[in-house]
Design a protein around this ligand. Structure first.
Ligand code: AQP
Length: 333
């Protein structure tokens, strides 16, 4: 579709303030593909309403997420950046794909199980069919690769199954996408409960480091991070808290676990936690500066949303027409 160029596609929900989990697991890796792939990255606001949102917060975070994409190095001249609800083909294709997705497949999704336990008073159908909308996001653009954190890998695998099923009935409709999970940053854990994923919707702000936290806050949060009663900085089974901090340090410095162990040999957890806070804050500082500049011009962000939606719609329309034709829907000219 793009003169033989491969396509990279991903998205982030504006469902909370973005965390270093989102940054290391997803955002930071998006620009890796900018030179060789046609890249489309979306602010997936329709996914966010599977959980109740305060409208003003959702609106503000939609601008912020777009600004963070750019602040993290995505160039809107080279990359299509847009908001999901501005391209109606996402929900159009999602309905069709719903008819090619099995109830049993959706019931096995671990995110559905986790989120229904967390939001027991609002287990809505959208929460259940979320992976179908995600499959539609990806398949609309004939995507080759989907850079995601490991928590989303299961959804991309389901997307592959749906596309393969559709292609077996209606050949050559969709490109089958590959999930790309970067080894470092694949799953950053909560600082308060290190067996649990760090999530932007966590109610405990001390469990989470936000991309926009200031340096003092970042250092304070790392200092308070839950660790074990050992004192040696060592990557080992059962040391979930320290393992997580070592992974974060490795992501920001590019060092191996052995190098980190050697660097902190003979030093205690206190020194190590301070060092993790410092490298994290230093890495995020330029992103934060750029973010402030971008947020100061809402008009420019809206112009970007419009441009991105036009680019995305053009491609999405072609895929939906192809799908509808194959299904036997009457096409009016
Ligand atoms: N802790 C994490 N470690 C590594 N990657 C992560 N991602 C999320 N958390 C971590 C990756 O960030 C991308 C965007 O995620 P999302 O907004 O689509 O939703 P999510 O996976 O449900 O992320 P959150 O932060 O946990 O959001 P809430 O709290 O709203 O559910 C994805 O590529 C994801 O893998």
């Amino acid at each position: 579709m793009f003169q033989n160029q491969k396509v990279s596609y991903s998205g982030v929900q504006p469902s909370g303030n973005l965390t270093i989990g989102n940054y290391l697991g997803a955002l930071r890796n998006f620009s890796t593909y900018s030179d060789d792939y046609k890249c489309l990255y979306c602010v997936v606001d329709q996914h966010a309403i599977t959980v109740r949102q305060v409208p003003a917060d959702l609106r503000r975070r939609t601008y912020e997420t777009l600004a963070l994409y750019m602040a993290c190095g995505l160039d809107p001249e080279k990359t299509t950046l847009y908001v999901q609800s501005h391209v109606h083909e996402h929900t159009e294709l999602a309905w069709i794909l719903n008819c090619f997705t099995m109830f049993g497949e959706l019931s096995r999704m671990t995110q559905f199980k986790d989120k229904s336990a967390k939001h027991a008073d609002n287990i809505n159908a959208g929460l259940f069919t979320y992976p179908v909308l995600m499959a539609s996001d990806i398949l609309l653009y004939q995507t080759d690769v989907v850079p995601v954190g490991i928590d989303q890998k299961q959804h991309v695998e389901l997307c592959r199954d749906i596309a393969t099923r559709f292609n077996s009935l209606y050949p050559d409709t969709f490109t089958i996408p590959e999930p790309i999970v970067s080894k470092s940053g694949m799953k950053i854990m909560s600082l308060a409960e290190p067996t649990k994923k760090m999530s932007k919707s966590d109610e405990n702000p001390n469990a989470v480091v936000y991309i926009l936290d200031d340096k003092d806050t970042i250092i304070r949060k790392f200092k308070r991070a839950v660790t074990d009663s050992d004192t040696e900085v060592r990557f080992a089974p059962g040391k979930d808290g320290i393992n997580n901090l070592m992974s974060i340090y490795a992501c920001f410095t590019g060092k191996t676990m052995e190098e980190i162990e050697a660097e902190f040999a003979g030093k205690g957890y206190g020194d190590f936690k301070l060092a993790v806070g410092e490298v994290c804050a230093d890495a995020l500082a330029p992103v934060q500066q750029r973010f402030v500049q971008l947020m100061a011009d809402k008009g420019a962000l809206e112009a970007q949303m419009k441009k991105g939606a036009e680019e995305a719609s053009y491609i999405a329309r072609r895929t939906v027409s192809k799908v509808e034709k194959k299904l036997g829907f009457v096409q009016l000219r």
